[in-house]
Design a protein around this ligand. Structure first.
Ligand code: DC
Length: 219
């Protein structure tokens, strides 16, 4: 049987991560968070103070980048030069820098191969922005998960209330990320023509997962 790939794309805060993890667990697949790769690039750019708008410097930086996913059970853990960096890539600053740098074609090109090879030959659920459009155009099942921007910002705010960032700031940054992610020239965030749209404005995680499972033929 062919390897089964399920893609879940959509804007920030729509619940992709929770849904993808739950779905992967239920189907017995590997779960891959491709946003973490873009965050890792942003994290290393910041840490090494790379002037990423200089394309020669960026090229050099990308050539030396050593990102990898190490399998821990079914969840790949992201490493950079062998070090687990997952604790440093979820800040608001890294979110904004990841969105900005992900628009650069050189960055997308550098990450394409690693995304395709991560799961090896295993069945996998891939979460991102361009999984169904650019990275896995032949995926077995494609979903586009979205929700009203205010609902998405509210959820993020509730998740991150210890960070001290106001709801208004989270909403403003989310709307900016939506704009930047959908309007970039290369692999913008958009629904693949053959992707199934799920609007989670009024659905919780388990309802979204049930909806997806009812579409996927479990073999
Ligand atoms: O899913 P996330 O919020 O962790 O992603 C961070 C940023 O990375 C997002 O704003 C856009 C970029 N991204 C991308 O361009 N393509 C992907 N497949 C995943 C993320």
């Amino acid at each position: 049987m062919d390897r089964r790939i399920i893609t879940i794309d959509g804007p920030a805060g729509a619940g992709k991560t929770t849904v993808s993890k739950a779905l992967a667990r239920e189907l017995g697949c590997v779960y891959v968070d491709t946003g973490a790769l873009y965050r890792a690039v942003a994290f290393e750019i910041k840490r090494r103070q790379i002037n990423w708008e200089d394309s020669a410097l960026l090229e050099q930086f990308l050539a030396c980048l050593d990102l990898d996913f190490v399998m821990e059970g079914r969840e790949p853990v992201l490493t950079s030069s062998g070090r687990d960096i997952s604790a440093y890539i979820r800040t608001n600053e890294i979110s904004m820098l990841a969105s900005a740098t992900s628009a650069v074609p050189q960055v997308r090109k550098a990450l394409l191969g690693i995304q395709r090879s991560i799961a090896g030959e295993r069945d996998a659920v891939f979460e991102g922005r361009d999984m169904g459009t650019a990275v896995f155009p032949n995926a077995s099942y494609k979903f586009f998960l979205t929700a009203d921007v205010k609902v998405r910002a509210r959820r993020r705010f509730e998740e991150s209330n210890a960070s001290g960032i106001s709801f208004e700031k989270i909403l403003e940054d989310m709307a900016k990320r939506d704009r930047d992610d959908t309007q970039r020239a290369v692999s913008p965030l958009k629904q693949a023509p053959d992707a199934i749209l799920i609007d989670a404005t009024e659905l919780d995680v388990s309802q979204v997962v049930e909806k997806m499972k009812s579409i996927i033929i479990v073999t």
